[in-house]
Design a protein around this ligand. Structure first.
Ligand SMILES: Cc1ncc(COP(=O)(O)O)c(C=O)c1O
Length: 424
């Protein structure tokens, strides 16, 4: 995947542009001086998203599919959200976008469907020891349905290398399931190369894009994956999730059906009622990111929604690289053990989600002291038991994770550095 951030502006002017973006997040601004560095667990919402959720609830909080105006409006809002989220993903067809509760339930839905279609001669599923357990346990659950497993293992540098995947692939491989970026270590995966290698042996690719969503442009066509899942609530929407699949793959998936639900995507994937106001909120996230792109230098040359989204997210990516550099520098200065890419000069290989430990201090104590200093970070196993084992960390202690997004500032990183210095 080409993730070289474009040179939209120098870091200093990018920082002032991102400060304008920050001003749109009341939960962040109103909480100052509290520093929110726990974005990997769910991000905050810009004002236009809050307004849209409110507009939906006050104006048309009714069931879809009715003939009266309020119900027709819900149908319109959901259809519009599909078009906008399709632009965010670079999907060629909005009907490839399915809405629901969260990423885990979508991964389970796809895994159960794939489990039903396993053939003995093509029953291998490749999973990784870097992934969130939502993208591991859901696949391992297919063992009774005849699935066998191969592990694509992270190297000691905290990264998945496609060279290590290639020897695992064969005509027996049914699917490769992996993340786009680690929610724990922040390391990026070359998912375009994963797609090429897996398709060369006739296997499918399922991408967990949950952690990548807020950090850079998603491109399902360039990545040539088959299925991809996101949690909107990590990308500045209220709690909801969405899934994308190649249209013909979704058509072929055997899913649970009720007679009255059309047996076609996206409806066959969307069992039951989902939270329409939160889908409306996700739709407004796309507006927010589009405006951000339009407002960056060169944004006037982006003439389509997709181009403005890519421009905005490239701006976010460029700015976040400087946040990674500064945070890594602060952690190195106090001798922290950084898991994964720790060299600030290699920030291009990661997003600003950083796992570390400080000597033999209990991660829980570090996080409690941070809380007392008005800094919200997280400790624990990061829902990744195999990763903890690989890092030699116990499930009950784990590590400390700090996770930043574009509304975080250099001043906040400096206050975090100050906190670390006092602790060391
Ligand atoms: C990488 C990754 N995958 C999957 C999940 C599960 O997502 P959800 O809470 O939407 O089920 C998370 C949640 O933190 C995650 O970070």
């Amino acid at each position: 995947m080409s993730l070289a951030s474009d040179t939209l502006a120098k870091p200093a002017s990018l920082a002032s542009l991102m400060a304008k973006a920050r001003a749109q997040f009341p939960a962040i601004v109103n909480a100052e001086p509290f520093i929110f560095f726990d974005n990997a667990a769910g991000a905050q919402l810009p004002q236009n998203v809050l307004d849209e959720v409110n507009r939906h609830l006050v104006g048309h909080n009714v069931q879809r599919g009715g003939r009266y105006a309020k119900s027709v409006e819900v149908d319109r809002v959901v259809a519009e959200a599909r078009v906008k989220v399709a632009a965010l993903l670079n999907a060629s067809n909005p009907h490839e976008v399915c809405f629901g509760m969260n990423a885990t339930s979508f991964i389970r839905l796809v895994s159960l469907a794939i489990g039903q279609t396993l053939k003995p001669e093509r029953s291998e599923i490749i999973i990784t020891d870097l992934d969130h357990d939502a993208d591991v346990a859901t696949w391992l659950a297919l063992k009774p349905m005849g699935a066998t497993f191969k592990w694509w293992k992270m190297r000691d540098d905290g990264k998945l290398h496609v060279e290590d995947l290639i020897p695992l692939l064969s005509e027996q491989t049914r699917l490769v399931a992996c993340t786009v970026v680690s929610h724990a270590l922040g390391s990026l995966v070359d998912v375009t190369a994963v797609g090429k290698a897996a398709h060369a042996v006739g296997a499918e690719v399922f991408l967990d894009c949950v952690h990548f969503g807020p950090h850079a442009p998603i491109d399902v066509q360039a990545w040539d994956c088959d299925y991809l899942v996101c949690s909107g609530y990590k990308i500045f929407s209220p709690h909801m999730g969405f899934m994308w699949g190649k249209f013909e793959k979704l058509v072929a998936l055997p899913t649970f059906r009720e007679e009255f639900i059309p047996d076609e995507p996206p409806f066959k994937i969307e069992a039951g009622t989902f939270i329409y106001e939160n889908v409306a909120g996700m739709s407004a996230v796309v507006d927010y990111l589009e405006d951000l792109g339009a407002g960056l230098p060169g944004g006037d040359k982006a003439t389509t929604l997709r181009a403005r989204l890519v421009h905005g997210l490239n701006g976010i990516r460029a700015y976040e690289q400087t946040l990674s550099e500064k945070t890594l520098t602060a952690l190195n200065a106090v001798g922290a053990t950084i898991y994964g890419v720790g060299d600030p000069a290699r920030s291009i290989e990661r997003v600003p989600t950083i796992c570390f430990n400080l000597g033999d201090m209990d991660p829980k104590d570090v996080v409690e002291k941070a809380a007392a200093a008005d800094i919200g970070i997280r400790d624990g196993h990061m829902y990744a038991p195999r990763l903890m084992a690989r890092l030699g960390l116990s499930m009950d202690r784990g590590a400390v994770r700090t996770s930043l997004v574009h509304y975080n500032t250099y001043d906040e990183v400096e206050r975090f550095a100050e906190f670390l210095r006092k602790l060391a």
